[in-house]
Design a protein around this ligand. Structure first.
Ligand SMILES: [Zn+2]
Length: 181
């Protein structure tokens, strides 16, 4: 692939991955903000635990139903949540390392990362969703997950990634066909 097309492809890929949060929002506000992201939106729920705010309609089953009524898809990847979240709140730098390392060494998390990556489609917008009502990329794993997905794309296209979440038996540059649906 020509270099300009490669860069365009990474930019296009990056634009398709957004993030949203649940804390301090009611269901309507959340759904509205998600709906604004694009014509075909997929909410990718990356909460490790979904108990909090279940009564407000944010439990996976009810949330999926509400979103479906608004023509928004819903997918859930619980292992892409951040089990170390509480431990590293005060040390955001360390937290990123811990999370990306978790994606690499935890087989279930790694499988979910690959599954999600394989499901990304150019004609849809994917919204990584968790509780954290922060816009500070250092404080919430949804930003690092977004970065991990973009890094995966970069590697597949032959660019060096800023960090790698590939396991030892994977070849990041192996052939990939772009699915346009
Ligand atoms: Zn979060």
């Amino acid at each position: 692939m020509e270099i300009n097309n490669t860069i365009k492809s990474i930019a296009r890929f990056s634009q398709k991955i957004k993030t949203e949060y649940i804390n301090k929002r009611d269901l309507e506000t959340f759904v509205d903000s998600v709906k604004r992201l694009g014509e075909k939106v997929v909410v990718v729920d990356v909460r490790n635990n979904t108990f909090f705010k279940t009564k407000q309609g944010f439990g996976p089953r009810e949330l999926a139903k509400t979103l479906a009524a608004k023509n928004i898809e819903y997918m859930r990847y619980p292992r892409l949540g951040n089990p170390y979240h509480q431990n590293y709140k005060e040390e955001p730098k360390k937290a990123k390392l811990v999370y990306t390392n978790y994606l690499r060494v935890n087989d279930d998390a790694h499988a979910e990362l690959n599954h999600l990556y394989g499901n990304l489609r150019f004609k849809k917008t994917f919204c990584l969703t968790c509780y954290c009502d922060t816009l500070d990329p250092r404080k919430c794993h949804r930003y690092w997950l977004r970065e991990a997905l973009i890094n995966k794309k970069r590697e597949r296209l032959g660019f060096p990634a800023t960090f790698s979440v590939h396991q030892w038996n994977e070849d990041p540059t192996k052939e990939e066909t772009e699915v346009e649906n």
